[in-house]
Design a protein. Structure first.
Lengths: 651, 40
């Protein structure tokens, strides 16, 4: 794309120019009595953080420009005619809600038809999930008949996690396919979008990957509906800005993307990083790295911001959101080791760096606040001359009210500007406005969303700071399955998890009241979020409140107002078909379940099992002592076809 | 699938790269300058 270089230079110039302007202004305020070490720290942190928010501001502005000028954000050759390519749709599963996974697969299959082969790639370590998945798969196969190519594979060990799961597919079945579409356990795509992606891959042989940015949909809790609304209103501007700037140097978000299988097989084998976790070991956030490797090998990586028909569900509560962030934070921090990897393209390095910065910015904000507060508390109090109206200003030796107001305004514009621009861009289209509930409701929703996001921001900042700190001191984390169901959180749990935030909020209030009363009001917006942490999380987790506000027309998104066929179908299937809690025990008790399990086991290479342990397990089964079996015991027993056969013949 | 190398540039390599740039930029400009002098 020839016009992309000037865009990038302009972007760099705007980010730098706005940062330099803000930093000069700040330096003007601070240098009055010469710079102290603390002030230099404040200035450096301010420079980094201002540049960071300026980057997203200008990105949004470019996005708005791209939308209004109707720039083609995916300048690829259009698809021509029918495709002869073979495409596999992969659904990696790890101890997920089985009913939902299979409802999703069925809904996509019904939308996409039998042109695609589906692979449910299970890494589930929970034996009950394993058995339930097999049963659900059989049920689906029976329901859809022979025309449905839906395969189920269970991996005995989840080596390499999700990346290892996909790699295992590539090594065993990759040769059979031209393209693969990667899904997540809660993602959905329409048949139309899938076919369009295949057509684009066919017509553009240099393209290695196309990411179809997923819309957040399908939840009912207030928190999730807020996320859905913000992703639906602000998302298009952000993705347009990204696509406008990155061109063929795009990124991969781990799911809802189509990949050229042979390019992936050739170039995306991930190494184990030397050293121990959290920085060494398996690469956790593999998606960014895979995109960087494809780019390094010369393949184009695109994003299709306007393709539509690509969905995923947001986490239902702030607690779940933060649990997911804990993993992402660790995964992204690990990229610190890869930013300077040999041969990567500069945009790939930027994607990695921005991923890191999205978490590291939190402790930097916190540090800036702490240092500023200390600076204020120790500054010599000089009376008079720092009031604008009734607002007391920061007590810095002389009145710098004007400069400070300019700085605060600039920061507010950087933070809220993208939201305002997105709302304007939305309101410009009558159809999109109607799909979000009409002008009045859009404005109301945007106001409440902004307020809510502002209150949540300090909670998230504290939590992210803790994540970064705990990871840097080496407290590694596992990679647990996500909770993906709406539920009101119990008070005790929320109180326990968010007590630290509340305590920090109250402690800081006390300190400021005592030592820097004049600047207290400046910190109100930050502190309010912390004081209210527990009620905020509690209230926002409520599915009832979310539903109630939906009826009132707030935070509406197109999938709610206009509906989506594939989404509606997946929900209807999941609802009409509640999965019974399947126990691993069923394999011993029910001959049909056992036969199915044995038949599937015959197709998979078996892991090496400890014969002594197996023997003792078999003995315990014969003695009827299965009640005391651990998950590991069951998993071992289920991986032992010989044992299961002998146990089945015993009465 | 073969594991790809993601070894980082070593600090030494980055220093060498900087150094070569420092040397090579004047070296690349030098012929242009000396040619112009000769013509004059």
């Amino acid at each position: 794309v020839p016009e992309i270089a000037p865009r990038r230079w302009l972007y760099l110039f705007l980010v730098l120019a706005s940062t330099v302007a803000a930093v000069t202004q700040m330096a003007g305020v601070l240098q009055f009595d010469g710079f102290t070490l603390r002030e230099i720290v404040i200035l450096s942190l301010f420079a980094i953080l201002f540049a960071w928010i300026a980057m997203s501001f200008w990105l949004a502005l470019f996005g708005v420009w791209a939308r209004f000028s109707r720039t083609n954000l995916l300048p690829l050759k259009p698809a021509s005619g029918l495709s002869a390519a073979r495409t596999a749709i992969l659904m990696p599963v790890y101890n997920e809600d089985v009913g939902r996974v299979f409802s999703g697969v069925r809904a996509i299959w019904e939308s996409a038809g039998s042109d695609f082969d589906f692979y449910i790639l299970s890494d589930s370590t929970n034996p009950a999930n394993w058995v339930a998945e097999e049963l659900e798969w059989k049920k689906l196969k029976d329901a859809l008949g022979d025309s449905a190519h839906i395969f189920y594979r269970h991996r005995p060990r989840n080596t390499g996690r999700k990346a290892g799961n996909i790699q295992d597919f590539c090594e065993n079945w990759g040769q059979l396919y031209d393209y693969m579409v990667i899904l997540d356990a809660d993602s959905l795509m329409t048949g139309k979008t899938l076919s369009e992606l295949v057509g684009l891959m066919d017509a553009n042989p240099r393209v290695g990957l196309i990411q179809a940015p997923p819309q957040l949909v399908g939840r009912s809790s207030l928190f999730a509906r807020l996320l859905q609304f913000s992703s639906s209103v602000y998302g298009p501007i952000h993705t347009a800005g990204l696509a406008f700037m990155q061109g063929p140097d795009g990124n991969y978000w781990g799911h809802n993307a189509i990949i050229r299988v042979h390019a992936f097989i050739q170039h995306c084998g991930l190494p184990r990083l030397p050293g121990a976790p959290p920085f060494g070991g398996e690469i956790m956030s593999h998606d960014f790295v895979e995109a960087a490797l494809l780019r390094r090998a010369g393949w184009e990586v695109w994003m299709a911001p306007d393709i539509g028909g690509s969905f995923e569900e947001p986490p239902p509560t702030l607690l779940d959101y933060l649990t997911r962030d804990r993993r992402w934070c660790q995964g992204n921090l690990q990229h610190l080791r890869l930013v300077f990897a040999q041969g990567l393209a500069l945009p790939s390095r930027l994607h990695l760096a921005m991923g890191i910065m999205s978490y590291v910015s939190s402790p930097l904000w916190l540090l800036l606040l702490v240092v500023s507060v200390i600076d204020m508390m120790t500054a010599n109090p000089v009376p008079g001359g720092f009031f604008i109206g009734l607002q007391p200003m920061l007590p810095l030796s002389v009145s710098h009210a004007a400069e400070l107001v300019v700085l605060v305004l600039a920061t507010l514009v950087m933070l809220y500007g993208p939201k305002v621009l997105s709302v304007i861009a939305l309101l410009e289209s009558p159809e999109a406005t109607r799909a979000h509930g009409g002008t009045r409701k859009v404005l109301q929703s945007a106001f409440w969303e902004a307020l809510f996001a502002t209150l949540m921001a300090p909670i998230v900042m504290l939590q992210h700071s803790w994540f970064v700190f705990s990871i840097l001191i080496g407290m590694a984390t596992g990679w647990n399955a996500q909770t993906r169901t709406d539920r009101a959180l119990p008070i005790a749990l929320v109180a326990k998890k968010f007590a630290p935030h509340t305590i920090v909020g109250i402690a800081v209030t006390f300190l400021l009241q005592k030592y820097a009363l004049e600047s207290f009001n400046w910190f109100m917006p930050l502190l309010a979020g912390l004081w209210l942490a527990i009620p905020l999380v509690l209230v926002s987790s409520s599915p009832f409140l979310g539903e109630w506000l939906r009826k009132d027309g707030l935070f509406l998104v197109p999938s709610e107002t206009r509906g989506s066929k594939v989404l509606g179908r997946a929900h209807a299937l999941a609802k009409s078909h509640p999965t019974l809690p399947v126990q691993a025990q069923l394999v011993l008790e029910d001959a049909k379940v056992r036969d199915l399990h044995l038949a599937l086991l015959a197709e998979t290479p078996l892991p090496t099992l400890d014969p002594l342990k197996l023997w003792s397990l078999r003995e315990r089964v014969l003695r009827g002592e299965t009640a005391a079996f651990s998950r590991e015991d069951w998993a071992l027993l289920l991986s032992d076809p010989e044992g299961l056969k002998t146990l089945s013949t015993t009465p | 699938m073969i594991a790809q190398s993601l070894a980082p540039w070593t600090p030494g390599r980055i220093v060498v790269a900087l150094f070569t740039t420092l040397i090579s930029v004047p070296a690349q400009l030098a012929p242009a300058v000396s040619n112009r002098r000769r013509r004059a």
